[in-house]
Design a protein around this ligand. Structure first.
Ligand code: LER
Ligand code: MN
Length: 296
């Protein structure tokens, strides 16, 4: 399915008004060509191998983690996804920050510009699906702005506005990831993320939530998710220790129920380690989440 109907993608945009509860969330695998160790990526290796592998296991959607989209042969990637009937839901962008230190809140205008350009490359890659480009680690930290928090927030907001304009041009979405205080210095709860989005003021810049971060920062996860109605565009799923859902003690039923209540119809992307191995984690994730979705 390509070019998802715009309103459908924004949780809460219509459901609360109509009272309809539609649990049409899609479970997405994660894949990257260069993940290793305990990186939270399920399928690792060349996309020519991992995309058919996940399709054979029953996955119909994927989030790709890509260092630089402009290094890719986009046409080839799109053809591979279409051939295997796997929808591209999102691109994870953090490795550009980890490797190059480029970020949206940087005090260095050249690094901000490079981060925006990198995100634009990803927007082109997701454009056939009108999908989500993630702004997680690439938002940057206050330290990237010489420790000046006010200037960092100002730079981040301004950069997100520019990204919003580009997202409009390509017909895609930016998902600002609400991350915990150990990985982010700003907007660590859904309520704070909403405030940031109000400052940005772009309909194309939305919130992206992650169960690991919710588990650390929110007092009441279900209430926080419901408070995100109309703002949440993308969801990362992992158990509290980043293993596959169902392995540890995160309450997925509660979170998925809250998402269903606000009419969330986007991806549940498995940002998990491949422990104990890719096949086991992929099979158990699908069975566990489908089991919950079936009775919502
Ligand atoms: C890191 O904890 C995380 O959740 C990533 O999605 C950030 O890009
Ligand atoms: Mn995440």
């Amino acid at each position: 399915m390509e070019k998802t109907v715009e309103m459908e993608k924004i949780a809460g945009a219509e459901s609360s008004a109509s009272g309809v509860v539609a649990a049409e969330m899609k479970i997405a695998a994660t894949a990257s060509v260069d993940a290793s160790g305990d990186d939270p990526i399920l399928f690792r290796g060349p996309f020519e191998e991992t995309i058919p592998q996940m399709a054979r296991m029953g996955y119909r959607a994927v989030e790709l983690h890509i260092y630089d989209s402009d290094e890719l042969d986009r046409e080839k990637l799109w053809a591979l996804l279409r051939k295997n009937q796997v929808e591209l839901t999102s691109i994870g962008t953090g490795s550009a920050y980890e490797r190059d230190g480029i970020c949206l809140g940087s005090g260095d205008p050249a690094k901000r510009k490079a981060a925006i350009r990198r995100l634009e490359g990803h927007m082109k890659t997701v454009s056939p699906w009108g999908a989500v480009v993630i702004v997680g680690l690439i938002a940057g930290r206050v330290a990237d702005c010489g420790g000046n928090r006010e200037e960092f927030i100002c730079n981040l907001t301004e950069s997100l506005k520019q990204c919003g304009e580009l997202a409009e041009k390509y017909g895609v979405w930016l998902g600002f990831e609400v991350m915990n205080q150990f990985e982010s210095d700003y907007a660590v709860t859904i309520a704070e993320g909403k405030e940031l989005l109000r400052q940005v003021g772009s309909r194309r810049v939305k919130l992206h939530i992650d169960t690991v971060h919710l588990n650390i920062e929110e007092d009441d996860i279900a209430a926080a998710v419901r408070n995100g109605a109309g703002y949440i565009i993308h969801v990362h799923i992992a158990d509290n220790n980043r293993w596959y859902p169902g392995h540890a003690h995160y309450d997925f039923k509660e979170t998925l129920k809250a998402l269903a209540e606000i009419g969330y119809c986007g991806a549940l992307a498995l940002e998990i380690t491949n422990f104990p191995d890719t096949e086991t984690a992929a099979k158990r994730s699908l069975a566990y989440l489908n089991g919950i979705l079936a009775v919502l």
